[in-house]
Design a protein around this ligand. Sequence first.
Ligand SMILES: [Zn+2]
Length: 70
Amino acid sequence: MPMDRKKFQLGDVVEMKKGHPCGTNAWKVIRMGMDIRMKCTGCGHSVLLPRTRFEKRLRKVLIPADPPVE
Ligand SMILES: [Zn+2]
């Protein structure tokens, strides 16, 4: 295995290294592509991040998408 890449997919709720200023650290992945759009589950604010930055900031998946999407 090359690098330990974190797995995430559309619809997952993820925890980032830094939470949102509103006090919530749970983000739902709402768009996947070159950029990842995630939405704060606390206040609904959405943020667009380049995938590489998203992956660096990602700590873990809190709630996997259900049902899983491939
Ligand atoms: Zn928020």
